[in-house]
Design a protein around this ligand. Structure first.
Ligand code: R5P
Length: 310
């Protein structure tokens, strides 16, 4: 087995290599003066089972292109099997046509990864489970929930917890966590009653005197979570902590989270945390390296991956 890393998340790749007790394979990725990407795999991979670790996070297009070019290089170097390990699958929010004459970019990206030569995909907390079906190659969608659940159990007593979905779209995901930690579920229902009026946040469920765990897949601008935290506290919640798999945290998101009423934002390292994220007053990062490492190991040994979540 070989593990190759692109430039998106080297720290995670090193940690996964440590878990697997193998060195990262030598792969040079450099740019021409006009920013074209050039890749050279600097060791023999003929007949090998190769895993490429690359999140298609910011800058999404560069990191996606790197993944495609590394895949092509490995194929042409006669790797036996190539698995794209994409802890954060960018473009996932474009999984349907929001209006006429718009693209379904998540499907396009799935096509590109497949056509570049990947035999399998391993990813984490896809924005929508059905994106798995955009690939016509085996695709495993891992869940960060066991990692989060362990952390929650270490910090909170189960009897005053409530898991909250920050929007109606995330209910299935939040319900899965609530069931595992045996806590009730609440939902933030965002609604604009009339055009031009600001959004009203209705809380469905009882949050009074409870520690709320907001659970979602992505934090980008932070708007969804910070507004939800305010609404929950206004309804009498004791505290609000957010557990989010992918810390996209664009623009001024870190400052917004720091200035918010969130007790803590807990994310994973599916996207390499920037310095400001690492130094964030109320931001903590959990590592998914053991989860990704174990899933890679099981894939290589043709063992069950789904049983990781039983
Ligand atoms: C939306 O469906 C996602 O699950 C997240 O709630 C959303 O991407 C968060 O975005 P933001 O942090 O910009 O509000």
């Amino acid at each position: 087995m070989k593990l190759v890393s692109g430039n998106s998340n080297r720290v995670l790749a090193e940690a996964v290599a440590g878990y697997l007790d193998i060195p990262l394979s030598k792969c040079m990725v450099r740019r021409f003066a006009d920013q074209e990407i050039f890749v050279e795999i600097q060791e023999n991979v003929r007949g090998e089972d190769v895993f490429i670790l690359q999140s298609t996070s910011f800058p999404a297009n560069d990191h996606l292109m790197e993944l495609l070019i590394i895949t092509d290089a490995l194929r042409r170097a006669s790797a036996r099997r190539v698995t794209a390990v994409v802890p954060y699958f960018g473009y996932a929010r474009q999984d349907r046509k929001p209006g006429p004459r718009t693209p379904i970019s998540a499907k396009l990206v799935a096509n590109l990864i497949t056509r570049a030569g990947a035999d399998r995909v391993l990813t984490l907390d896809l924005h929508a489970g059905q994106i798995q079906g955009f690939f016509d190659i085996p695709t495993d969608n891992l869940y960060a929930v066991p990692v989060m659940m362990r952390d929650i159990k270490e910090r909170y007593a189960a009897n005053d917890l409530v898991v909250v979905s920050p929007d109606v779209g995330g209910v299935v995901r939040a319900r899965a966590l609530a069931k595992r930690i045996d806590a009730p579920l609440a939902i933030v229902d965002k609604r604009r009653e009339r055009p031009g009026e600001s959004e009203v946040m209705n809380i469905i469920g009882d949050v009074e005197d409870r520690n709320c765990i907001l659970f979602d897949d992505i934090i980008d601008s932070g708007g969804t979570l910070c507004n939800a935290a305010e609404a929950l506290l206004a309804q009498g919640a004791k505290s609000v902590t957010a557990y989010i798999t992918h810390g996209v945290l664009s623009g001024g998101a870190v400052a917004r989270v720091e200035g918010s009423m969130l007790k803590e934002l807990v994310i994973t390292d599916s996207i390499q945390p920037t310095e400001s994220v690492r130094k964030g007053r109320n931001i903590r990062v959990l590592s998914i390296a053991p989860l990704i490492g174990e899933a890679i190991s099981r894939t290589a040994l043709e063992k069950s991956v789904s049983s990781l979540f039983d």
